[in-house]
Ligand binder design. Structure first.
Ligand code: XMP
Length: 525
C-alpha cells in the first residue's frame, strides 16, 4: 500500500540564518520530510501544513530590536513541539515572557556546554563524560545576544562559561531553546539532538527514504500525467538525468527527450551528454542545434538576471515548437530541485529574496502552452544523487560537476559573444583535464573557468599584448547552498595557468577566486 511519506512533517520557520537550508537537509537526512518557510507565514498556512513539530531557525538580526522578526504567536498555543535555535530561542524567550540582552562579548565558534539537568532533548545523545561525571556537549556557537531570564515555565539545563543560559526547556509543552547550531557538523551531537527532537519528541516516523521517495514520485507522475505524453529537456546534469529515469520507468515510450545545444556548452559537451544519456536511458533523444538563436537573443545584453531570463525563454520557445510537431505532448518536464526554487525566490510559502533566477524557474515565460511538471522540486541535490544511486546510475554520471542551465551565458560576465565562448571552452577544458590528471576532479564539488570582460597587459615573446582575463573557480560543498573555495596547491594552479596562457590565444592573465559562499555565489552571475 502507498504510504504518505510526507505525512509526518516538520516546518522550519526561516529567520534568515545562513544555515537554515542545512537544517532542512539534516532533517531530511534523518528521514523526515520538512519544508522551509519564511517567518511571516500565516496561521492558516501553518494549519494547512499540519506540522508534527516546528523549528525556529537562527537569524542575523538582534531579537532585542523591537522591529526584528517574530514567530506567529499561534505556534505557541498549537500544542506542537517547538525547537528554537539561537535567534529562534531568543524570540521564543521574548514572546513567552522572558528576557534577552545584547552582549558586547560575542561567542563565535567552538564551545563546551555543561549539562546541568537531564532533558528529553539529549537523553539519547552520547555526551562526553568529563571531569567529575559532568556531561558536556561540544557545540558550535555564533551569537551576540543572550537569554538572561527564561520564561516562567522554562528551566535552564545547560550553560557555557560565557553563556549561562545555553539550553532551556519546558518539557510539559515540549518547547526547547538552544543557543548553539545543531545543524553544523562542528556540533558533535547535533545530528543526534535533531533526531531526538523530530523522531521522539515530535513522534515522526522516518518515511523519507530514497526507496519511498522513488515510489512516491512514481505514483505522483502516474496520477498527474495519466495517458499524456511528456517532453523533457535534458541538460546533461544529474537532475535532468534522474528526472528522465523516473519518467521513463513510469510512462515508457510516452517520454520524449530533447537536448538543446544552445552554444553555451563546454568543449565536446553535446557529444558527451548524448553518449551518457544513451548509455543510461533506452529512449530516443532529439538533438536540437540552436547556437545562433541563443547568441542572437543575447546580443547587447549585459545584466545577469536579464540574460538568465532570455535563455530560459528561448529554451521554452524551442520546447514548445518541438512539442507542437508531435501534437500529443501536453507536459514539459524539468529537473528543477528545491534550492533552484528557493534561490529564485519562488517558494510558495516562502517568497524570499531572489538570489538568482534559475533559468528553469524564474526564467519561465508567463503564458506557456505546455504544462510544467517537476518531479524533483522538493528535493535537495544530495537526495537526487541518492535516488540516482537507487536507480542504478553509474558513479561517473552521478558525480559529474553540476553545470548551470544558462551554461557559459553566466560564466561570461556581461555580453555573451561566440568568440568569448570559444576562448572560455578551451581554457575550461584545460582546467578540468588537469583536475582529472591530478585526481582532484572527484575530490572537489564544482570547478570551472570564468571569462572576465576586462583586458590587461602581458608580454608574450617580447611582444606586448592586451588581452582577456580569466578566473578559475573551484569549490567544495555538499549542498551547493554554502561552499568554500577549494584549497588547490600553488603547483597545481601554476600548471593550469601556464597551460592556459600558452595554449589559449587571447588570454593575458589567469586569476584564482578565493571567495566562499556566502557571500559569493558559486557562479559569478
Ligand atoms: P550559485 O551560483 O547560486 O550556484 O551559488 C549554486 C549551484 O547551482 C548552479 N546553478 C544553476 N543551475 N540553472 C541550473 O540548472 C541555473 O540557472 C543555475 N544557476 C546556478 C551552480 O552551477 C551551482 O552548482
Amino acid at each position: 500500500m502507498h504510504k504518505n511519506i510526507s505525512q509526518h512533517r516538520i516546518l522550519i520557520l526561516d529567520f534568515g540564518s545562513q544555515y537554515t537550508q542545512l537544517l532542512a537537509r539534516r532533517i531530511r537526512e534523518i528521514g523526515i520530510y520538512c519544508e522551509l518557510v519564511s517567518w511571516y507565514v500565516t496561521e492558516e498556512q501553518i494549519k494547512d501544513f499540519r506540522p508534527n513539530g516546528i523549528i525556529l531557525s537562527g537569524g542575523p538580526e538582534s531579537s532585542t530590536s523591537t522591529t526584528s522578526p517574530r514567530a506567529p504567536h499561534y505556534i505557541f498555543d498549537a500544542g506542537i513541539p517547538i525547537l528554537g535555535i539561537c535567534y529562534g530561542m531568543h524570540i521564543m524567550t521574548i514572546q513567552l515572557g522572558g528576557k534577552v540582552e545584547s552582549s558586547r562579548q560575542r561567542e563565535f565558534g567552538y564551545a563546551q556546554i555543561m549539562i546541568t539537568k537531564e532533558s528529553s532533548l539529549f537523553c539519547n545523545t552520547n555526551d562526553t563524560l568529563r571531569t567529575g561525571h559532568k556531561k558536556i556537549l561540544d557545540v558550535w556557537m555564533s551569537h551576540c545576544d543572550n537569554v538572561v531570564e527564561t520564561p516562567s515555565d522554562f528551566i535552564t539545563v545547560g550553560s557555557t562559561e560565557r553563556c549561562p543560559v545555553a539550553i532551556i526547556v519546558n518539557e510539559k509543552k515540549r518547547f526547547y531553546g538552544i543557543q548553539f547550531h545543531p545543524e553544523v557538523t562542528h556540533t558533535q551531537q547535533g545530528y543526534n539532538l535533531l533526531e531526538q527532537f523530530v523522531r521522539n519528541i515530535c513522534q515522526c516516523e522516518t518515511r523519507w527514504t530514497a526507496v519511498n521517495i522513488i515510489d512516491d514520485i512514481t505514483q505522483y507522475l502516474h496520477e498527474k500525467i495519466g495517458n499524456d505524453t511528456v517532453m523533457l529537456g535534458l541538460s546533461g546534469g544529474v537532475d535532468s538525468l534522474v528526472t528522465a529515469l523516473l519518467l521513463h520507468r513510469t510512462i515508457g515510450y510516452r517520454l520524449k527527450c530533447v537536448f538543446i545545444d544552445n552554444g553555451l556548452l563546454r568543449l565536446n559537451e553535446s557529444q558527451q551528454v548524448l553518449n551518457m544519456f544513451s548509455h543510461c536511458l533506452d529512449c530516443n533523444i532529439l538533438h536540437i542545434k540552436a547556437e545562433q538563436r541563443f547568441l542572437n537573443a543575447l546580443i547587447k545584453i549585459h545584466e545577469p538576471e536579464e540574460k538568465r531570463k532570455i535563455i530560459g525563454r528561448v529554451f521554452i520557445e524551442i520546447f514548445e515548437e518541438e512539442a507542437s510537431k508531435f501534437h500529443d505532448i501536453k507536459w514539459l518536464a524539468q529537473g528543477t530541485i528545491y534550492p533552484d526554487i528557493i534561490e529564485s525566490g519562488m517558494s510558495s510559502v516562502s517568497p524570499t529574496r531572489v538570489i538568482k533566477s534559475h533559468h528553469n524557474v524564474g526564467g519561465l515565460p508567463q503564458c506557456m502552452t505546455l504544462r510544467v511538471i517537476e518531479p524533483l522540486k522538493q528535493l535537495f541535490k544530495d537526495e537526487v544523487r541518492k535516488i540516482g544511486i537507487q536507480l542504478g546510475l553509474p558513479h561517473t554520471a552521478l558525480q559529474r560537476h553540476p553545470f548551470p542551465g544558462p551554461g557559459l551565458g553566466v560564466r561570461i560576465l556581461g555580453e555573451v559573444k561566440k568568440e568569448y565562448c570559444d576562448l572560455l571552452r578551451c581554457a575550461d577544458s584545460i582546467f578540468i583535464e588537469e583536475l582529472h590528471k591530478a585526481n582532484l576532479y572527484h575530490k572537489i564539488s564544482q570547478a570551472f573557468t570564468v571569462f572576465l570582460p576586462i583586458r590587461s597587459v602581458s608580454i608574450m615573446g617580447d611582444e606586448r599584448t592586451y588581452d582577456w582575463v580569466l578566473a578559475l573557480r573551484a569549490v567544495e560543498t555538499t549542498d551547493f547552498m554554502t561552499a568554500t573555495w577549494a584549497n588547490l596547491t600553488y603547483e597545481f594552479l601554476t600548471c593550469v595557468s601556464t597551460r592556459i596562457m600558452n595554449e589559449v590565444p587571447g588570454v593575458s592573465r589567469v586569476v584564482y577566486d578565493i571567495s566562499s559562499k556566502p557571500p559569493a555565489t558559486i557562479e559569478w552571475e
